[in-house]
Write a protein that binds this ligand. Structure first.
Ligand code: GPW
Length: 833
């Protein structure tokens, strides 16, 4: 190591550690150098992909300089650090972001030009890093952007899936899934750490052993082991020398060999065991807000947690602090329950391996972890069957029983001996087989639990965790409303608006101090500013219209009202209600006289989103949207007053084109079901209005931007239970407007109606769990308000400006700062100043 080098060697190192130069000539030299050496290509066979790669490598060199600086300083100072544990990081592309963060985009543009290419062409060559399903994974990516930008010493930990979220292909209107083998080409944005490897055990048995102090301890023995190898993904901060990191684990076979089967002549089997080990981190489970309960998923969760904790403990031990100081050096945030096995795993290491007493260990554990809950949907709450856990993680299962026993004893002693309460609050659910309720384990193992929007945090305090709130007291359960990074979601994705805002406010400071957008309010009535603002929106709508024309060969009118709903397809998100209303609009247009038709506001309704491969009803919604689009888009009698587009394979990079182009976007979940939503924030930040229900973060957006600037409808969360109850006993009320639509579908206007039978049944015979029939009428009414408002362009433009101006609160910088202050007790750590 460095300490062992003599002074002469050290000074030689220093002499050659020169900063990269960012003049265009040096950049060109670098790109050419990487083309020849890193890629082994030359001017005779350079193409866009190779040029992208060479450019990326040269940008990466500049990033790694900051990365090294930051990590070296952290190593020396050893401040408290936070680790954000997440099974998903939906990062998207890295090059454009890195260029902006390093403030070198202008020069790179010129250099790339000088070498015969255009930067815009190169950016789209990059594959998205799509290691996530939707909101939860994208939130983790936004938070990593903010912790890096704010210089918080925070690392992400996750898994390096070889297959990210599947590619969605639409065939005959149906979703088909294709594997996303994103590592096919070299990935300049990750750094293999061949020297950082840990072993992870599965199966085996528990024995009693003497430790070094002569005490009797449990010991997990035998079983199968796989190896975790680290890959580091540098996370540039905006306009700072600091650079963050996400460490992703990849499973590799151990270098040992199964000699028993080898000697038995079963060579193939011993090789195939090795392949099994590698398969552990092959694939991201494609379920959003839904537990499937596969054994391989449980193994992934433990693999992830075990490798991360070994790494964290290794780093902690370097400083030779006593164990009791662990929580003063380490904060761990669990992104939902997926990393909850970290709780029994740390307890196991401290008690079984390090020889601490149970209570001392438990004190350390509960001062280390904090837990973010992201859903109230029962089907999304992780429960693992006890027999499966006993098989795969026998020692952890014992520890969970013990944690539960001590917890229940305390509740009984200090709070209430009520058997019903104890049964309700138990980490083990007494079903057959028994289940481990991971959310309860996460609550018991954490010092702080947070929800992700005000309403959501209220709901988990009132329902899901109510007994825990009563036992622990309310202080343990807090709200931290989600946020989004303004760097990717405005600065990078909407250059036209970025430049207008910067010109108007006189500086770029808003990109790191988003509250400064308030300064736009004073121009909201200014006619010239409104025109400039509207012109930006039109440019962005044209950009999207061009994409749709090029990729789908559908022509849409950029002057029409762009009405967008892009998110995972889910019954609770009610894309079904949206398409039903589109069909209603279509039927109404068809009934109109030619004069009335002329007077309508033309609309382009855009959908996008993936359905989990096994989610039959969600897939039927996609089919219905496409079947309706087919009919509507080809009906000349409605004179282009309505177009419907389902954009395939919605992902982060597409969102960057779609989000800036909305007039309205829809966030219409049944009240009380969407924990927060984050795309709502992205659209409003880009001057798009919202049509939404009184749910999740919509409520706080409304408070921040003013209720006159948002279109809200539908029943409130606290009415939902009663309505469901009434529907069950008195039947549904299907309004005439909804009946028109059902009749059209069942009459075969959009193809074979039997295809849609099961979907329609979720309404009519299924009890309409998500209350589409309840909200449909007020939904249609609000659509009419939208149309009427859109006719008055000045009124609309003012609302749009007020939207952007009021969004400061929703920066992920605010969210991360709140986590750091209220939960992590973490201070910024500035390097290079
Ligand atoms: F079920 N979310 C998500 F809570 O995208 F784990 N996937 C998930 O599996 C879960 C939650 C889980 C989302 C919420 O649905 C969304 O409302 C929220 O804005 C987002 O997480 C980030 O908090």
């Amino acid at each position: 190591t460095r300490e062992e080098l003599d002074e002469k060697a050290k000074s030689n190192w220093k002499k050659h550690m020169l900063p990269e130069k960012n003049d265009t000539d040096s950049i060109e030299q670098d790109i050419v150098h990487h083309t020849i050496t890193t890629l082994c290509r030359g001017v005779y066979n350079i193409d866009k992909l190779a040029m992208y790669q060479a450019t990326a490598h040269s940008v990466r060199d500049r990033l790694l300089e900051d990365w090294n600086c930051t990590q070296e300083a952290l190593h020396k100072e050893n401040p408290k650090r936070c680790y954000y544990m997440s099974m998903e990081f939906l990062i998207g592309r890295a090059l454009d972001n890195a260029l902006n963060c390093l403030k070198v985009k202008k020069n790179y543009k010129e250099s790339v030009n000088n070498l015969g290419f255009s930067l815009e062409d190169l950016l789209v060559e990059e594959k998205d890093a799509a290691l996530g399903n939707g909101g939860l994974g994208r939130l983790a990516a936004c938070y990593m952007d903010s912790t890096a930008t704010l210089d918080y010493p925070t690392w992400g930990y996750g898994l390096r899936y070889q297959y990210g979220i599947f590619k969605q292909i639409i065939k005959d209107g149906y979703q088909n899934e294709m594997p996303d083998y994103w590592l096919n080409f070299d990935n300049p944005w990750e750094f293999p750490r061949t020297d950082i490897r840990y072993e992870v055990r599965f199966h085996g048995y528990v024995a009693t052993k003497m430790n070094e102090k002569g005490e009797s301890r449990m010991s997990w023995e035998g079983g199968d082991k796989v190896q975790a190898m680290a890959y580091d993904v540098p996370i540039p901060g905006f306009d700072t020398k600091g650079c963050g990191n996400i460490r992703l684990w990849s499973s590799k076979p151990l270098n040992t060999f199964d000699f028993d089967s080898f000697n038995a002549g079963d060579y193939e089997r011993s090789v195939s065991e090795q392949t099994n080990a590698q398969n552990l981190t092959s694939v991201l489970y494609p379920n959003d807000n839904h537990l499937v309960g596969k054994e391989l998923r449980l193994k992934q969760e433990y693999f992830f947690v075990s490798a991360s904790l070994q790494d964290i403990i290794h780093r902690f031990k370097r400083a030779k602090c006593p164990w009791k100081d662990f929580p003063d050096k380490v904060a761990v945030q669990m992104n939902d329950t997926h990393p909850t096995l970290a709780v029994p795993e740390l307890q196991r290491i401290l008690v079984d391996v390090e020889g601490l007493e149970w209570d001392d260990a438990w004190d350390i554990v509960t001062r280390t972890f904090a837990f973010t809950n992201h859903t109230v949907l029962p089907e999304a709450l992780e429960c693992w069957s006890v027999p499966m856990m006993e098989k795969i993680l026998p020692r952890h299962m014992q520890i969970i029983y013990d944690i539960n026993l001590f917890f229940l004893q305390k509740v009984e002693r200090d709070f209430s001996p009520d058997r019903e309460l104890l049964k309700r609050i138990s980490i083990i659910e007494e079903t057959s087989p028994q289940q481990v309720r991971m959310a309860y384990l996460a609550v018991v193992g954490s010092h702080t639990v947070n929800g992700v929007a005000a309403l959501h945090s209220d709901l988990i305090r009132k329902n899901l965790f109510n007994d825990f709130v009563k036992y622990y007291g309310p202080e343990k359960f807090i709200n931290i409303t989600n946020g989004i990074t303004p760097r990717r979601w405005l600065y990078q994705s909407n250059p036209a608006l970025r430049d207008l805002i910067t010109k108007t406010l006189g500086s770029e400071d808003w990109a790191t101090h988003l509250d400064l957008l308030q300064g736009l309010k004073k121009y909201a009535d200014d006619a010239a500013f409104q025109d400039a603002w509207a012109d930006v929106k039109l440019q962005n709508k044209k950009r999207l219209a061009d994409w749709i024309k090029t990729n789908m060969n559908i022509t849409v009118n950029p002057h029409a009202l762009f009405d967008i709903q892009v998110k995972r397809i889910h019954e609770y998100k009610r894309q079904f209600m949206n398409i039903l209303s589109v069909i209603y609009r279509y039927k109404s247009l068809k009934k109109m006289s030619a004069e009335d038709l002329e007077q309508q506001v033309p609309r382009v309704v855009i959908f996008g989103g993936k359905a989990a491969p096994g989610y039959y009803i969600a897939k039927l919604v996609i089919k219905l949207i496409n079947s309706a689009a087919d009919v509507i888009n080809n009906d000349v009698s409605i004179k282009d007053m309505l177009k419907v587009v389902f954009i395939p394979d919605y992902n982060v990079s597409l969102a960057e084109i779609i989000v800036p182009a909305s007039d309205i976007s829809q966030h219409i979940s049944t009240a009380g079901t969407e924990a927060s939503g984050t795309s709502n924030m992205k659209f409003v930040l880009n001057g798009g209005l919202i049509l939404g229900t009184v749910d999740g973060a919509n409520i706080e957006i409304c408070e921040q931007i003013g209720k006159e600037n948002i279109f809200m409808f539908g029943v409130l969360a606290d009415a939902v239970d009663d309505i469901r109850h009434n529907q069950k006993y008195h039947g549904l009320f299907i309004d005439a407007s909804l009946q028109v639509v059902i009749d059209a579908i069942q009459g075969g206007e959009f193809g074979d109606p039997s295809v849609f039978g099961p979907l329609i049944n979720t309404l009519t015979y299924g009890g309409d769990y998500y209350l589409i029939s309840t909200d449909f009428k007020s939904y249609l009414q609000e659509h009419t308000v939208v149309d009427d408002t859109f006719r008055d362009r000045a009124v609309w433009n003012k609302k749009s400006i007020m939207c952007t101006a009021g969004m400061g609160f929703f920066s992920s910088d605010r969210a991360v700062r709140t986590y750091a202050e209220k939960i992590w007790k973490l201070k910024p750590f500035k390097v290079g100043v």
